[in-house]
Design a protein around this ligand. Structure first.
Ligand SMILES: Cc1cc2nc3c(=O)[nH]c(=O)nc-3n(C[C@H](O)[C@H](O)[C@H](O)COP(=O)(O)OP(=O)(O)OC[C@H]3O[C@@H](n4cnc5c(N)ncnc54)[C@H](O)[C@@H]3O)c2cc1C
Length: 290
């Protein structure tokens, strides 16, 4: 297996075009365990971390741009980013350990296409767009269109994610991410729930709810979003009927696997509990920011 460390997007694109079957990587925190587990090695590994654009984090003209290979510890360590996207920062801060987070990237978390990837539901509720390097240019697609199934993506051979763009959330927006793991640390989510709410005065005007680890890809919960949109916010937060509707919708939309880490019934129930808890936190944050 050969290794290359290009310093520009163009050089990476050429290397991938000239070496069919090669793979890109950022932190390699998914890739190396996969090789150790017996996955065939590619002829060439292309390290994306030496390309400045893929390692940068900027905020300009109401938009955040996150390099696809940037270590997630640089997101959780950025006060402006965590204030703008507390749920996405929470999700990034749950990946593995400090050591893992000094390597792991949002690009790798999404392109690895694990249904349980923690940052993905939070990327989706924030409407993240992925800028993808193609054979002869770039294309921008919603991040939700990248993972198509476990280990499967819509990226063509030779394509890679350059960066993600996220618009500043509107005033009065709060978001949160919660996950359930069978152990207290270093485990994969059996359910993840991201919720983003925007409030205007005492009512929710926009709601997004996305679950991870309960279907082949992250899933939206439109019935929960409908229950939240227009819901009143009191001093006590969302009312019990709204929270019950969110939980019911989240449990219903699940299509989880049944394995030693959780039964289908358990995952469904936990999805409902986490969705309503994440909504309550997002509502509190939205009120505080409104
Ligand atoms: C001990 C341990 C604990 C972990 N805990 C968690 C956890 O709690 N939650 C969680 O979600 N994950 C966890 N992971 C998985 C992993 O750390 C994350 O998925 C991480 O975000 C992957 O990022 P990476 O940069 O290391 O990806 P890499 O391993 O570099 O790449 C992963 C895949 O994505 C592709 N890829 C990488 N970058 C790009 C790009 N820019 N464009 C296109 N394709 C790309 C690679 O070819 C590869 O197929 C854990 C891993 C380990 C080893």
């Amino acid at each position: 297996m050969k290794y290359a460390a290009p310093t520009t997007v163009d050089d990476a694109r050429s290397l991938l075009a000239d070496n069919p079957g090669s793979r890109v990587f950022a932190g390699a925190t998914d890739l190396v365990p996969q090789f150790r587990g017996g996955r065939p090695s590619p002829p060439l590994l292309v390290d994306l971390k030496h390309i400045d654009r893929l390692m940068s984090l900027t905020h300009e003209d109401g938009q955040w741009t996150v390099g696809a290979a940037l270590p997630t510890s640089q997101l959780t360590g950025n006060a402006g980013f965590t204030a703008a996207f507390p749920g996405l920062a929470e999700a990034a801060g749950l990946i593995g350990s400090d050591q893992i987070q000094n390597r792991s990237s949002l690009g790798g978390n999404l392109a690895n296409a694990s249904p349980a990837a923690d940052s993905v539901p939070a990327l989706l509720v924030n409407g993240a767009q992925a800028v993808v390097a193609t054979a002869d240019g770039t294309r921008t697609v919603p991040a939700r269109d990248i993972a198509t199934g476990p280990g499967q993506t819509s990226l063509a051979e030779g394509e890679f994610i350059i960066e993600f763009t996220l618009a500043d959330p509107p005033a009065g927006t709060g978001e949160a991410y919660l996950r359930m793991i069978p152990r207290s640390e270093m485990d994969i989510a059996i359910v993840g729930a991201a919720v983003r709410l925007t409030v205007d005065g005492a009512a929710v005007t926009d709601a997004r709810v996305v679950l991870g680890a309960v279907a082949p890809t992250a899933v939206s919960v439109p019935d929960a979003e409908a229950a939240l949109t227009g819901a009143a916010l009191t001093d006590g937060g969302l009312d019990d009927a709204t929270l019950a509707a969110i939980a019911d919708a989240a449990s219903t939309v699940c299509n989880p696997i049944d394995d030693k880490r959780g039964t289908i019934a358990y995952r469904r129930q936990v999805a409902g509990v986490l969705a309503k808890r994440a909504a309550a936190i997002a509502a509190e944050r939205a009120r505080n920011g409104a």
